[in-house]
Ligand binder design. Structure first.
Ligand code: AP5
Ligand code: MG
Length: 224
């Protein structure tokens, strides 16, 4: 199964991916996580990406496509994977189609998690992430048991550098300009499913997503 999670910053893509992975052991390829890791390790791609990520701009397509192409060729991806936050431009979507075609694979479905700008601001200004295991929390909607500590691994919880209000606004503008057109791109291919991620808690969003997966026969009724 190859699925894509599309949607604005803060809509809950990473949160739903980690819920899904409790049920299905499938690798998630989150380009944002890969880039943040590279920035922290100060690799060549990390050095290039830092300025883009911290200012809310997109990292150039050629770097992203190279990262993704290498990643999906790894052994753990042979039975499928979830893209979280990729593709995000028309060029990335087309590049992905070409790479998948070469590998004789195709996207099964694209899930578009729809959310309003106000919800995004609320969610992202209260988000905290674990420095050690990348777990996602929210001070209002999903707080950790102990302040600033990850429930899962005890790692330190921090605010992402790009979760400041000015940068969130920039990320949303970039999203509307560069990524939103992909909704139509995948609609025309008849592989787009919309999920209401605005008016429900995580459990409700996940339930709708899970029901759509079952309807599309991407999971069996019993689970995976
Ligand atoms: P990336 O890391 O992908 O960030 P994003 O797309 O902006 O999305 P987020 O991770 O901010 O949000 P999310 O949808 O995962 O929400 P989450 O589950 O955390 O990208 C970062 C940067 O990297 C980009 O700006 C760009 O520079 C670069 N980049 C990455 N990919 C790239 C690409 N393909 N091309 C070029 N550049 C790229 O949830 C958010 C918060 O809400 C959490 O606190 C969570 O607990 C809470 N929450 C979630 N769901 C709910 C709910 N239903 N109700 C209440 N709270 C909820
Ligand atoms: Mg995310």
């Amino acid at each position: 199964m190859i699925i894509v999670f599309l949607g604005p910053p803060g809509t809950g893509k990473g949160t739903i991916v980690s819920e899904l992975r409790k049920h299905i052991k499938i690798p998630a390829i989150a380009t944002g996580d890969i880039l943040r890791d590279a920035i922290e390790k100060e690799t060549n791609i990390g050095k290039t990406a830092k300025e883009y990520v911290n200012s809310g701009k997109l990292v150039p397509d050629k770097h992203i496509l190279r990262i993704v192409e290498n990643r999906i060729k790894e052994d753990d991806c042979q039975k499928g994977f979830i893209f979280d936050g990729f593709p995000r431009t028309f060029n990335q979507a087309q590049g992905l189609d070409i790479v998948l075609h070469k590998l004789n694979k195709q996207i099964n479905q694209v899930f578009y998690f729809e959310t309003s700008y106000n919800t995004i601001i609320n969610r992202l200004s209260a988000r905290r992430v674990c420095l050690k295991c990348d777990a996602i929390y929210n001070l209002i909607y999903n707080p950790p048991d102990i302040v600033e500590k990850c429930d899962k691994c005890g790692g330190r919880l921090v605010q992402r550098d790009d979760d400041r209000e000015g940068i969130i606004k920039k990320r949303f503008e970039v999203y509307e300009q560069e990524t939103l057109p992909l909704v139509q791109y995948y609609q025309e291919k008849s592989i787009l499913t919309k999920i209401d991620a605005n008016n429900k808690n995580v459990k409700g969003v996940f339930q709708e997503f899970w029901e759509r997966l079952a309807e599309l026969e991407l999971i069996s009724n019993s689970g995976s």
